[in-house]
Ligand binder design. Sequence first.
Ligand SMILES: *[C@@H]1O[C@H](CO)[C@@H](O)[C@H](O)[C@H]1NC(C)=O
Ligand SMILES: *[C@@H]1O[C@H](CO)[C@@H](O)[C@H](O)[C@H]1NC(C)=O
Ligand SMILES: *[C@@H]1O[C@H](CO)[C@@H](O)[C@H](O)[C@H]1NC(C)=O
Ligand SMILES: *[C@@H]1O[C@H](CO)[C@@H](O)[C@H](O)[C@H]1NC(C)=O
Ligand SMILES: *[C@@H]1O[C@H](CO)[C@@H](O)[C@H](O)[C@H]1NC(C)=O
Ligand SMILES: *[C@@H]1O[C@H](CO)[C@@H](O)[C@H](O)[C@H]1NC(C)=O
Ligand SMILES: *[C@@H]1O[C@H](CO)[C@@H](O)[C@H](O)[C@H]1NC(C)=O
Ligand SMILES: *[C@@H]1O[C@H](CO)[C@@H](O)[C@H](O)[C@H]1NC(C)=O
Ligand SMILES: *[C@@H]1O[C@H](CO)[C@@H](O)[C@H](O)[C@H]1NC(C)=O
Length: 407
Amino acid sequence: MRLLLSLLLPSIFISLATAVVGSPLEQRASCTLTASGSDDASAFLSAAADPSCPTITIPSSTTLNISSPLNMTGLKNKHIDLQGTIRFNPNLPYWTGHAFYFSFQDQVAFWLLGGQNIVLDGGGTLDGAGQAWYDAFAKNSSLARPIILTVYQANNVTVQNIKMINSPEWTNFVNEGTFVTYKNITISAVSTSKNQAKNTDGWDTFRSDNVIIADSNVNNGDDCVSFKPNSTNILVSNLSCNGSHGISVGSLGQYAGEYDIVENVLATNIRMSNAQNGARIKAWAGKGVGSGIVKNITFTGFVETNVDNPVIIDQCYETDDDECAEYPSNTYIQDIWFDSISGTSSGKEKAVVASLSCSPDGRCSNVNVNDITLTPPSKYGSPTFSCQNLAVSGNDADLFGTCSMTG
Ligand SMILES: *[C@@H]1O[C@H](CO)[C@@H](O)[C@H](O)[C@H]1NC(C)=O
Ligand SMILES: *[C@@H]1O[C@H](CO)[C@@H](O)[C@H](O)[C@H]1NC(C)=O
Ligand SMILES: *[C@@H]1O[C@H](CO)[C@@H](O)[C@H](O)[C@H]1NC(C)=O
Ligand SMILES: *[C@@H]1O[C@H](CO)[C@@H](O)[C@H](O)[C@H]1NC(C)=O
Ligand SMILES: *[C@@H]1O[C@H](CO)[C@@H](O)[C@H](O)[C@H]1NC(C)=O
Ligand SMILES: *[C@@H]1O[C@H](CO)[C@@H](O)[C@H](O)[C@H]1NC(C)=O
Ligand SMILES: *[C@@H]1O[C@H](CO)[C@@H](O)[C@H](O)[C@H]1NC(C)=O
Ligand SMILES: *[C@@H]1O[C@H](CO)[C@@H](O)[C@H](O)[C@H]1NC(C)=O
Ligand SMILES: *[C@@H]1O[C@H](CO)[C@@H](O)[C@H](O)[C@H]1NC(C)=O
């Protein structure tokens, strides 16, 4: 009877009918997900695995409760129309041991989204319910906090027009992805207690090629975007980042025996406010580190406000000068452009507004600066541009003068 009615009547009636607990219509309507009152992960996974659901809809009135991991790899031609909210239940003891594990930096994840031709959009929200995680992490820094969304082993994925809030740790991980595009994403990770929302990167790319991150707003407590090992052909454009650690290449060359590549990156039209860094490249040095290459990176059109290090290369990352002289970084840095970078530093580094600090022995080459108009807070007087162990090129090279050489 109900089935007949549903065939005859408009969809509004179907949703009313499916609201009746236990209705058999729930199965037939499984491409549209509504909250069950308990864990909604299996319903979401079933819809994803079902080829007769090319579009999965999460209506705007729905908050899905995800209380177990979402392995959504190997999808094909899938559209997730997220109008409502997907919330990851902050059952900390459960996720410890159940989240997906990546050996890279011991990352863990709630949701793996992979396969081919995937769209995630709809105006809704991914909610990491991070507060409980921030508070627990403040007491126990070995707690592994899951990433909200990991695009994993994927080709041709678009994520757009959604919000991502309060991720326990990184917000987006692009891991082994090609042709992955993010547009019009609003990211916010803010703690309401005294415990900070730490390591809540906006995006991290890893072993990925042809990634676009555009037209988005990020308010968080770590990198706005970070290019991790083997990130190539990446465009980052039109972002507003607040409170972050900057647009960062690296850190690279951390692990002995590994070779890290970051190549062909353009970061353009970036507004960076109240941040630790603006445009940054960091690579490890010291005994027993790895190796790699950072090549053809352009940072252009940055407008910065109250940023500790508006422009920074640190090729002796976490390594003091003596050790860096003895064991220079094996991650070479070449063909770098900092163009059209304006605004103010925070004064944390006093008058220094740009710092290009390389390992000894010519490990940085062809580093260019053009149209740099950065100033420190007025009490520090005129800006200082510092550099070490490289020859700076470009129209504004004279700002840096002769760089000190060590080692
Ligand atoms: C989510 O599902 C879990 C597991 O069934 C349940 O314990 C929890 O109360 C649910 N939370 C909400 C907000 O529905
Ligand atoms: C995810 O599921 C696929 C099969 O559908 C499986 O091959 C893969 O090992 C799973 N991944 C993880 C990390 O559990
Ligand atoms: C990428 O995916 C979109 C949406 O699923 C599809 O329309 C498009 O044809 C795909 N592009 C390629 C090159 O496969
Ligand atoms: C901290 O968290 C780790 C990982 O979950 C766990 O193994 C360890 O027992 C916890 N330590 C304390 C003191 O709770
Ligand atoms: C951007 O995404 C928001 C949802 O977060 C949506 O309301 C808005 O319409 C989107 N803008 C465009 C231009 O699509
Ligand atoms: C930049 O992104 C914002 C959304 O954050 C959008 O409203 C605006 O139109 C974009 N600007 C350009 C030039 O695309
Ligand atoms: C921007 O970040 C600063 C520092 O973290 C914070 O105090 C401020 O509230 C943020 N602004 C907005 C609009 O969220
Ligand atoms: C990066 O790519 C190089 C060259 O293909 C490879 O040797 C290296 O193992 C890769 N590194 C990572 C972290 O995947
Ligand atoms: C440098 O990277 C840009 C993308 O940022 C790319 O368009 C350009 O082709 C690359 N140059 C070379 C020589 O590969």
